[in-house]
Design a protein around this ligand. Structure first.
Ligand code: SAM
Length: 274
């Protein structure tokens, strides 16, 4: 018998993985959590049947959402991650000389599942520099300040994540950031969700002095061509020469390519400038 796991990337497009084994599935207070062993992409973490990560390509997303802002900043000491309960972003942040990394994940069960089934991803969560808060990131940033970097490692703008894609939230993040602070959010694919990207870009631009998109190729996310949007208070990531050479090994991020990540194909430029 053939067993397949499919994600509806849109109403009309599915991405399917041949399943070796379904390892875990549970309905938490917030979402359905599944862990599936697949033939080609290793272990998959899915929330409400949407792929969060695969062990085959998670390094692209986690390196790019972390190293680009941290190396642009160059001197980050306190970092906040909102969402990101799998721990992949924290794992990458800890490769930098940060003093504190805070994780605010609304669903404790995502953290527990990742610790159990994705040890290579969640490995940083027990580091003494990490503090975990199981609460809503939208409320958290209203009360907690003094971060050099805030990373929004969220699910798509559905359910509890809707407010993480709003101008009000970006204003609160701005206030939670230190003087040279930088925020980055995962902002979906321009192949399918140009309207969303344009709205996020406009909202962030009305709050931050510099707003820039950068991109990466993530095969298991819709459209494969993925964007991140960076809001920066004082550092212009386009003209800024990253001064810090990563002193750790990377698989996707490359310092020589750092500035080129911000060079957008014309169709993406059109989306944000129209
Ligand atoms: N890399 C992933 C992606 O783009 O598919 C995101 C992975 S991470 C598991 C996303 C996490 O965001 C989920 O575990 C979800 O529970 C969390 N989340 C959603 N809304 C949130 C909120 N308002 N506050 C804190 N965490 C939230």
């Amino acid at each position: 018998m053939e067993l397949w796991f499919s994600e509806y990337q849109t109403k009309n497009t599915k991405l399917s993985f041949r399943v070796k084994e379904v390892l875990y599935t549970k309905q938490s207070k917030f979402q359905n959590i599944s862990v599936i062993e697949t033939e080609d992409f290793g272990r998959v973490l899915a929330l409400d049947d949407t792929v969060m990560l695969t062990t085959k390509d998670e390094f692209v997303y986690h390196e790019m959402i972390s190293h680009v802002p941290l190396l642009t900043h160059g001197n980050a000491s306190r970092v906040l991650v909102i969402g990101g309960g799998d721990g992949g972003t924290i794992r990458e942040i800890l490769k930098h000389p940060v003093k504190e990394a805070h994780l605010v994940e609304i669903d404790r069960e995502v953290i527990e599942t990742s610790k159990e089934y994705f040890p290579s991803v969640s490995c940083g969560l027990s580091d003494p520099r990490v503090k975990i808060f199981c609460e809503d990131g939208i409320e958290f940033v209203k009360k907690n300040k003094g971060y050099d970097i805030v990373i929004i490692d969220s699910t798509d703008p559905i359910g509890p994540a809707v407010g993480l894609f709003s101008e009000e939230f970006y204003k609160d993040v701005f206030l939670a950031l230190n003087e040279n602070g930088i925020m980055v959010a995962q902002t979906e694919t321009p192949i399918l969700f140009g309207d969303l990207i344009k709205r996020i870009y406009n909202d962030m631009s009305s709050v931050f002095h510099y707003t820039n998109l950068y991109s990466a190729v993530i095969p298991t996310y819709p459209g494969a061509f993925w964007t991140f949007t960076m809001g920066s208070k004082t550092i212009n990531p386009i003209s800024h020469e990253t001064s810090v050479e990563p002193f750790f090994k990377t698989k996707y991020y490359n310092k020589k390519l750092h500035r080129s990540y911000f060079i957008l194909p014309p169709f993406v430029k059109d989306i944000i400038s129209e």
